[in-house]
Design a protein around this ligand. Sequence first.
Ligand code: NDP
Length: 240
Amino acid sequence: MAGRIVLITGGSRGIGAAAARRFAAGGDRVVVNYCRSREKAEALAEEIGGWAVQADVSDSAQVRNMVDNVLDKFCQLDILICNAGIAQQKLFGDLTDEDWRRMFAVNVDGMFYTIRAALPHFIHRKAGKILTLSSMWGQVGGSCEVAYSAAKAAVIGLTKALAKEVGPSGITVNCVSPGVIDTEMNGNLGPEDLAALAEETPLERIGRPEDVAEALWYLASDAANFITGQVLSPNGGLII
Ligand code: NDP
């Protein structure tokens, strides 16, 4: 299983960076996509013997260029992890057109562009594993996170429908839908908020990026070859 080529969008920080380390530790070559965090991405790529590549996933041309460059360099792509994402907390009535468009541009359009660019390669090889990142809010809805919840629900719809479409081509598509994970995305939460969330969680703690990385690792493994169109939620039992 080792030696696969793995492309992780938004691999420069947080969950994506933990996944990059997990897959590299398992023997895979990891391409770390980043948008703004060049230094972090390059340092990580050096640490894990991977490759850092810049692209804003909300830009279709940049994404196509990135995927073409990966295929030119490695002549192969085995696993695609669509992890890049943004969040925003705002009252629904305060959301602007731009807020709404940006949320979908990064979280949904970015996923569409990335998968669309890589899919012909997977179909040609009749193999490939696609992993998408949703959120528990995409499953149950989060107050003051309507745009984020709607975008992450779209990710689940994309995952399920695509799994049906490309299953006959030997490709699996699965979704990882984390609960509250300790990354910069939750930087707005203070220690008291985090403690309250931990208390609400049956497993009595906030998630770590490594918890999500392990779920991704499992779904990308041969052990998950008969699993497709599913949503796996590392959330400590916060939503069940
Ligand atoms: P972070 O904010 O820690 O990291 C976000 C990552 O996404 C960064 O690597 C960032 O790259 C990248 N990114 C953002 N915008 C773009 C873009 N336009 N193009 C390419 N890359 C981009 O987030 P997390 O690690 O916490 O989240 C990762 C995923 O997990 C997201 O999809 C998020 O919605 C989801 N998730 C997170 C949860 C949490 O509690 N943390 C819970 C549920 C889901 P750069 O810094 O280089 O710009």
